[in-house]
Design a binder for this molecule. Sequence first.
Ligand SMILES: Cc1cc2nc3c(=O)[nH]c(=O)nc-3n(C[C@H](O)[C@H](O)[C@H](O)COP(=O)(O)OP(=O)(O)OC[C@H]3O[C@@H](n4cnc5c(N)ncnc54)[C@H](O)[C@@H]3O)c2cc1C
Ligand code: SF4
Ligand code: SF4
Ligand code: SF4
Length: 405
Amino acid sequence: MNKRAKLKIKSIDPIIRQKICCGCGACTVICPTSCINLIYGQKYNFPQVDSDRCSSCGKCLKVCPSAFLLYGADPGSADEPQEPGDCYLVHCADERVRLDAASGGFITGLILHLMDKGAVDGAIVARCEGETPLIAESFIARNRDAVLSSCGSKYVPVSNCTALREVLQRPGRYIFIGTPCMIEGLTKLQNFMPALKERIVLSVGFVCSGMASRISTKNYIENDGKVSIRDVRRIAYRGDGWPGRFRVFGKNGSLLMDRPYIGGSLVHVVSRDHYLRCENCLDHWAHFSDIVVSDPWTAQMMKNETIGRSAVMVRTRRGKESIESGIRQGGLIADPITAEEMFSFNRHLVIDSRHPRHSWMAIYQLIFFRRMRYLLPLFKYLAVKRTITGLRTTLNAFFDKKYYL
Ligand SMILES: Cc1cc2nc3c(=O)[nH]c(=O)nc-3n(C[C@H](O)[C@H](O)[C@H](O)COP(=O)(O)OP(=O)(O)OC[C@H]3O[C@@H](n4cnc5c(N)ncnc54)[C@H](O)[C@@H]3O)c2cc1C
Ligand code: SF4
Ligand code: SF4
Ligand code: SF4
């Protein structure tokens, strides 16, 4: 087999060709010949393999959170139901952080608490500032100012696993923040790299609906012709209370644009143009993390809450210990909630075996791989479960003169 043919099977090359990469960056960390470069494209982050230097060792594919789609995920297969851990509504005691954060500043508050007590030396986070604010910088925040500069959600492609290369070079204890797919990439890397297992002492994931392309943000900023992306030095996707505002800052911190999150950037940026991988995602709830965090989306919260609270679910013992110590020391203020309440904030992202997501996955498998065995499940999900039932119910109701009787 020639080198190129081997490459097709063993490296992440087919992941990129079949457009299922989510840009997590895990493959760049494990490659023994350093032949994978992460490209920051107009829309997405994605890796590129230098085939001349690739030894076809296959390691990159083993840590890739998207590889399951290459092998043909079974339609209808769902996340393993997990015993949910303790759940809370939390906010950071520091009101400035709480106001600036995405939800209630739980993540930023937890990082600051763990750094203050010497439990971690730094946090792997992301920020959108500098000359190219559309390219989120994944970095290790090692002091309070750096942590504060990373506060808030970034709704552009982010590749936090790339910062793990520095973790391998500089021993210490770190907390990793990321989307569920990044945390899966991290967990797979830890299986091969014991140093990462030792040094990443905690992982915090988000409930994640999808990662939008860079173009969505650029278009939103430039659409009314008043602001040019060249003048932008910082993008705050959330903050200024809850649910917050989308704000764009220029040189010297001048405010160039200020729009609401709800009815504004949520529609035009956050929900637009996700990676194709997000439409094929089975883990929106960060099953591999120690702690998972979301917004507390309910009509009541939307009516009454203006400063912000984070909805938090503990998944592991070390996750539980870190939250409890933050609460004891006064950095985090928490009220317990039930797991049922926690799930209710983002129920549409719980992918059970009947979720319509499986029809999209089947369509993907048919179009991209021509896997005919997905035809039947596709009918099952599209036609039987949704279209035919829906059509029958509608027609019955239309012709039934005694519908309410
Ligand atoms: C892409 C994306 C999609 C999301 N989708 C949903 C959803 O559908 N429903 C829901 O309830 N919640 C969703 N969230 C989570 C929510 O927006 C908040 O991030 C979460 O509630 C944490 O809030 P916080 O105030 O505790 O975090 P903060 O204290 O504001 O801290 C956020 C931390 O996350 C890091 N970070 C921000 N963006 C990224 C990123 N893209 N990748 C890696 N690290 C990042 C920051 O550097 C910071 O350290 C999503 C988050 C992201 C990033
Ligand atoms: S050398 Fe190994 S890890 Fe690097 S790209 Fe090739 S197959 Fe992947
Ligand atoms: S490991 Fe991550 S960045 Fe690399 S190919 Fe897979 S999804 Fe893309
Ligand atoms: S939806 Fe899934 S694949 Fe997309 S960014 Fe979130 S965790 Fe990753």
